[in-house]
Design a binder for this molecule. Structure first.
Ligand SMILES: NC(=O)c1ccc[n+]([C@@H]2O[C@H](COP(=O)([O-])OP(=O)(O)OC[C@H]3O[C@@H](n4cnc5c(N)ncnc54)[C@H](O)[C@@H]3O)[C@@H](O)[C@H]2O)c1
Length: 253
């Protein structure tokens, strides 16, 4: 493992499980000092305790502006400043009710947007001043292949991720010349440990991905984490405003 993130001070927002947790691990392995922030404080605290190396957890509900401001303030205090952020949280509990544009309950739309889109704007507004005070830094968002796939279901989720990509490009355009990079990873189907343990993904879906893709295996959280680490490092200083698809080469999702 390289030490390219040595002493970088990074917050991962949405880090108790899945891709965010794998990112925290990867960043710590690469030498960063990391604040793991999540609505699931227990999960973030367990991860931080397991990893050590100064990793610490702070609670946040990204749907709540006061909570976001408090979390970033705690992170900055604990880290002694901020060099980067991975804004990764999404409320995936409502995704199974995200049916289609005619049928979907507007409460599902509102919750999806409150976390996956408005929440990311709130995180951006809280993080950016600290990066600018540092004369630069990196923000990496987690989008999804569904932002561009055009699927027959989960329109609210896709809309939130499409909006998030627009926010990312705005940040890159507005503050790029002041040393800010903003990029997004767009995972394809990624079998996180929690999805594996939960057993909720039908075998037929797993078989479909394994048999029809350009890769013979499913995506893992670590595949996403590796790219996030790169985008937060100096290796990515000339990458800005980009969506990087991490999906085993899938043409569809
Ligand atoms: N797993 C996939 O196949 C896949 C594919 C495409 C995109 N994504 C995206 O990757 C990201 C991570 O997803 P994951 O699969 O690891 O799921 P996950 O549920 O394991 O991770 C999401 C994290 O966000 C946290 N969170 C939820 N609501 C929050 C809130 N209001 N405030 C703060 N934290 C909150 C959760 O507690 C959790 O730790 C999400 O943005 C998701 O949309 C995942």
């Amino acid at each position: 493992m390289t030490e390219r993130l040595n002493d970088k001070r990074i917050i991962v927002i949405g880090s108790a499980t899945g891709i965010g947790a794998a990112t925290v691990r990867r960043l710590v392995e690469e030498g960063a000092r990391v604040c793991a922030s999540d609505i699931n404080l227990d999960g973030a605290e367990k991860l931080a305790a397991e990893l050590g190396c100064g990793t610490f957890a702070v609670p946040v509900d990204i749907a709540d502006e006061a909570s976001v401001k408090a979390a970033i303030a705690q992170a900055v205090e604990g880290l002694g400043g901020l060099d980067g952020a991975h804004v990764n949280a999404a409320d995936l509990r409502v995704i199974f009710e995200d049916t289609d544009a005619l049928d979907v309950d507007l409460a599902v739309f509102e919750r999806t947007v409150a976390v996956n889109l408005r929440g990311h704007l709130l995180c951006t507004r809280a993080v950016l001043p600290h990066l600018l005070a540092n004369k630069g830094g990196a923000i990496v968002y987690t989008s999804s292949g569904s932002a561009r796939a055009g699927e027959p279901e989960r329109p609210c989720y896709a809309m939130s991720k499409g909006g998030l990509e627009a926010l990312m490009r705005h940040v890159a355009a507005r503050w790029g010349r002041e040393g800010i990079t903003a990029n997004a990873v767009a995972p394809g189907f990624t079998m996180t440990q929690e999805l594996r343990d939960g057993g909720q993904v039908p075998q037929a879906v797993i078989d479909h991905f394994v048999k029809t893709g350009r890769s013979t295996r499913l995506g893992q959280s670590e595949d996403q984490a590796a790219m996030v680490a790169m985008l937060l490092s100096q290796d990515a200083r000339w990458i800005n405003g980009q969506v990087i698809n991490i999906n085993g080469g899938s043409q569809f999702f």
